[in-house]
Ligand binder design. Sequence first.
Ligand SMILES: [Mg+2]
Length: 349
Amino acid sequence: MIEDKNPQRTSISQLGEFGLIDHLTQQFEMAQPSTLKGIGDDAAVLDFKDKKVVVSTDLLVEGVHFDLAYMPLKHLGYKSVVVNVSDICAMNAKPTQITVSIAVSNRFPLEALEELFAGIALAAKEYGVDVIGGDTTSSQKGLLISITALGEADADELVYRNGAKANDLIVVTGDIGAAYMGLQVLEREKQVFQVNPNSQPDLDAYTYLIERQLKPEARKDVRTMLHALEIKPTGMIDISDGLSSEVIHLCKQSNTGCNIFEDKLPLDPQLIATCEEFNIDATTVAINGGEDYELLFTIGMDDFDKIKGNPNFTVIGHMTDPAEGIHLVTRAHTKIALKARGWNALNKE
Ligand SMILES: [Mg+2]
């Protein structure tokens, strides 16, 4: 599938650890006022003045979280940043800095790491985060990437998972399920390629789905939009493991139940068409598929008029008393208990 016929291969051992770090990090510029000292000393120095600081970290392992057979390294670098920035956005905070640590086996030449870091640099620029440090080490096998993201917010801006109340509306940004179906398309093409390495995949019908899988974006725009609309969500989480599992997190931590309505789920037409082709139920994909990196949040009913008709936001249900349980209400008006399966669990079926 993704193959460079004449790759240049410079062994990373030629540069040594510090040479390698210098080489990979020289492209990072410091732009955040809170970054006093970035890469180059024993530690970075940050000054957030009177802001609160949010911190989130994530570890990605080759063969578990990504497959280099169809994930180009530049996209992997970009996505690694995005998944962390998304968690900062889910706190209603502004992402400001990241650290990047990698463990890499000697099967990766310098050129591969350059690609990875080009993706990291692109995402750092897109999201306005400074790369302020990290570590590089060798691994016996495969590639591991760990990113820590920091962000800032005023104390009263922060939104936690535990603030939702019964009758609050449940809102999702963008559309959901596409990243999971993108993965199914890529897995299918990988199998075709293994049987016939000369096959040329025609992926035109799936461009949106594949982009959602390979180049997701974090919703850093939502904070600004909600601020302009004078809405502060009562609870918020990002959709990394799938709608169902994130809704359950919100309900458990807020001590509520909820009703999610099947006919309200925002699905892209390409997702619906591809689910038909694969003979998979689109609702199942929308609620259990993960990696959409959209935001799921709750608002008081009084705020409904402020988002009504806004194409960025879809009201998919409402919170209830905890005794009512956590349910999906189908098009046929039957209630099904939601289970936290997440996309990994779905994958094994
Ligand atoms: Mg999260």
